[in-house]
Design a protein. Structure first.
Length: 374
């Protein structure tokens, strides 16, 4: 008999949470596990990839507030029909759905997964999370820093918290003809120094504006900033580029389903976020032998070894970002050494296989503890 897992999350778009769920579903044995997802909204290539894995996705619509009982009524109808052994909720809305669904639906195992870096979460929200956690068998944290937050700010007992860091699939071999084609298309010559960003253009979170301002502080004729991603703040960021007279130095290439080839155009990856639960993109850059400059927030502090695989800088500091970029421009041997150490660290610590194995072990341990007979 298969272990049925019902995942509850917020949206399925192109973010790290849904990418990680896709990695998990691909990595777990299909003869032993089946999966279903409840979310607020789903669309795009990740949703299609999940459907291609045979996963049914049910959308409940956006929450107006955490106590919207019509949403929980739908969750309970799914529990009654699907009869999951495990409820796995991620993101605040997903944790709410999983905890309430477990309480009323009497699901054997409940896991709540904190996937964000909730620095600005209100005291009331932390109290609600502490209350929800009482219904969980485990509260999973995606980084050591997030785990510490759950203990200190949300008041969740240490013995209930399990840290499982995310992992990524190894990329396929590089297509050098495609790399050359993109260099030609975007007029990026081999002797250019390319600073990269990959992610959503939501500036309150990802702070691409700080990176653009950092580029304006660097005196280098052949520097390029390659921005891979799309989002609501694109026009705002283009205005900043124009105001700083950087139009010839900054390239917006939009959302790309396959980001691997774009990493291969870069000399350094920058993750300038104001907050970050984990920071999967930093690992993706490390796998491609890129030194990574990241802000000293959330899970980025667990990924980047400061001074070894890249640099950690204060958030909201274009000057600090510019200084580290300049250092890597001036010291190509340092770039090479950091890139090699970063790849080795990614392989040793952040593979999809390791992540899936740890989650599978958690599932089995909790089912055994609850004496669930399959």
């Amino acid at each position: 008999m298969k272990i049925r897992v019902l995942h509850c999350i917020e949206t399925i778009a192109s973010g790290g949470v849904e990418q990680t769920i896709l990695t998990l579903i691909k990595g777990l044995n299909k003869e032993r596990f089946s999966h279903r997802i409840i979310c607020t909204w789903a669309g795009g290539p990740v949703a299609e990839a999940l459907k291609n894995e045979g996963v049914e996705i049910f959308q409940v619509g956006s929450f107006k507030h955490p106590f919207e009982f019509s949403k929980y009524k739908f969750v309970l109808s799914q529990i009654s029909e699907y009869k999951p052994y495990i409820l796995h909720g991620a993101v605040f809305e997903g944790m709410c759905m999983a905890a309430v669904g477990s309480f009323f639906g009497r699901t054997p195992v409940t896991i709540l997964e904190e996937t964000s870096d909730p620095q600005n979460r209100s005291r009331l929200a932390n109290l609600l999370l502490r209350f929800l956690s009482k219904q969980a068998d485990v509260v999973q944290a995606i980084s050591v820093n997030v785990g510490n937050y759950l203990k200190v700010n949300a008041g969740i007992k240490a013995e209930k918290i399990r840290v499982i860091t995310n992992g990524i699939q190894f990329p396929i071999a590089n297509n050098y003809s495609e790399i050359l084609s993109l260099r030609d298309h975007y007029s990026i010559k081999e002797d250019y120094f390319v600073v990269g960003f990959v992610g959503r253009l939501h500036d309150d979170h990802k702070r691409v504006s700080d990176l653009i301002k950092a580029i304006s502080l660097i005196d280098h004729e052949k520097i390029k900033l390659l921005i891979v991603g799309d989002g609501n703040d694109k026009e705002h960021l283009i205005k900043i580029v124009n105001n700083l007279k950087l139009k010839k130095k900054v390239l917006f290439v939009g959302f790309q389903a396959n980001t691997q080839v774009y990493f291969n155009l870069m000399n350094v990856l920058v993750v300038p976020s104001s907050r970050e639960g984990f920071g999967l993109v930093a690992v993706e850059g490390m796998i491609q032998k890129l030194p990574v400059i990241g802000t000293k927030v959330g899970g980025l502090q667990d990924i980047i070894k400061d001074g070894e695989t890249g640099f950690l800088v204060p958030p909201f500091s274009p000057e600090s970002i510019a200084g580290k970029i300049q250092l890597l421009i001036d010291q190509p041997d340092l770039r090479k050494t950091m890139g090699e150490k970063g790849k080795r660290r990614a392989i040793e610590n952040f593979t999809a296989e390791r992540y899936c194995r740890e989650v599978e072990n958690l599932y089995h341990d909790l089912l055994k503890k609850k004496s669930v007979v399959l």
